[in-house]
Design a protein around this ligand. Structure first.
Ligand code: NAD
Ligand code: TDX
Length: 330
């Protein structure tokens, strides 16, 4: 099976590529990745049956040829960080919207199966005490330039399914954690701060809730949907991992041998979504998927060990990431 993975040098895409070649001897993976600040070829270096093509998903010439040579396209490539989208939305519009459009035109032309990776943020946010969670029927209500461009990309996929009969599925997953995540993101930022002797930084009061899932569980769900999902359907991916940011920071501190209350409150994110929560009933009941790594404490301990053991992977980015945050009081 020839699998085209866009964004395969990024966090979730690299984990997907690694899992795919380890578990599927019949798979050959081509990664299409622009290698932006968020992409790191080292995350997939030395793997057998993996080729890296450095290029832009919004470049029709590049995508057309690669899609034509593939059996399935798994589209991870995106500008993915909310805070960056508040500083400069323009690459989000180009990559997330124009990039998805460009790929859809290629899969339409060549009749190739397409899976679209999206996020629970397209649904906006929930109140802390709302008994409801997001379902596949929740109306779209994105808050940030990031989530609005992801929402727009999902709508493009739905339209290409209905109007052109493209063979596509969509998944909207909750917050991932695990190895190879860029240190601009919440959990690896705090781990690497502590390694550097710097206190973790909590936006606002830290009451915001995220529904954490281990990246490996996200990726087994993606393969389940590729193999068993109904064409044109959307599947929500989550593993019942709701925690507020304060609880997460306290656990990182404890697991790294510090006083759990030794963190700092910093400026809040403008428009900060309060709570995300996924109802994964369709994925479990229709496709039989179950998470294999539901123990957050154990997964976080492994993730901390990975960042300790792989300082060479993240160190070159650390000073620049922290300078950007410092400039906005974070
Ligand atoms: P990431 O930022 O770590 O990686 C994105 C990758 O895409 C990088 O390798 C980057 O170089 C590449 N890329 C960016 N622009 C490109 C372009 N124009 N052409 C080709 N490649 C390009 O992101 P991630 O956290 O791994 O997220 C991957 C996908 O999963 C995204 O679509 C994101 O919206 C979605 N998602 C992420 C999470 C999460 O918690 N991280 C949760 C749900 C969904
Ligand atoms: O230093 C920090 N302190 C802090 O309190 C950072 C970087 C973040 N936060 C908070 C903001 C959020 O409430 O932690 C929470 C998680 O922040 P991020 O890691 O930036 O993730 P989030 O904005 O929730 O979005 C993530 O999940 C959904 C991914 O980055 C998206 O790509 C995905 O779609």
């Amino acid at each position: 099976m020839k699998v085209l993975v866009t964004g395969g040098a990024g966090f979730i895409g690299a984990n997907f590529v690694r899992q795919t070649v380890a578990e599927r001897p019949d798979a050959h993976v081509t990664v299409l990745d622009k290698v932006t600040y968020a992409g790191n070829p080292a995350s997939i270096a030395g793997l057998e049956r993996v080729d890296l093509v450095v290029g832009d998903v919004a470049d029709a010439e590049v995508t057309d040829a690669l899609v034509a040579a593939s059996d399935v396209v798994v589209h991870f490539a995106a500008e993915s960080h909310n805070d960056n989208s508040l500083r400069d939305p323009s690459p989000f519009v180009r990559t997330n919207l124009v990039g998805t459009f460009t790929l859809l035109e290629a899969v339409r032309k060549h009749g190739v199966r397409y899976h679209h990776i999206s996020t629970d943020e397209v649904y906006g946010d929930l109140e802390l005490d709302d008994p409801a969670k997001f379902t596949e029927a929740t109306p779209y209500n994105p808050s940030s330039p990031y989530s609005s461009t992801k929402a727009g990309s999902d709508l493009l996929v739905r339209a290409w399914v209905r109007s052109f009969g493209v063979a596509a599925t969509i998944s909207n997953c909750s917050n991932n954690y695990g190895p190879y995540q860029h240190i601009e993101k919440f959990i690896p930022r705090q781990i690497t701060n502590l390694i550097d002797g710097v206190k973790p930084k909590l936006y606002g009061a830290g009451a915001n809730v995220r529904d954490w899932i281990h990246v490996r569980d996200h990726n087994t769900a993606v393969w389940t949907i590729i193999e068993k999902g109904r064409m044109g359907e959307t599947y929500l991916i989550g593993a019942d991992g709701e925690k507020n940011n304060r609880e997460v920071v306290e656990l990182v501190l404890e697991l790294m041998g510090h006083d759990p209350h030794d963190y700092e409150h910093v400026a809040d994110r403008p428009g900060h979504d309060l709570r995300y929560a996924i109802d994964n009933t369709r994925l479990r009941e229709e496709l039989g998927w179950e998470p294999q790594f539901p123990d957050f404490r154990a997964g976080l301990a492994d993730t901390i060990a990975w960042y300790r053991a792989n300082e060479a992977w993240w160190r070159p980015q650390k000073a620049a990431v922290e300078a950007k945050y410092a400039a906005q009081g974070q």
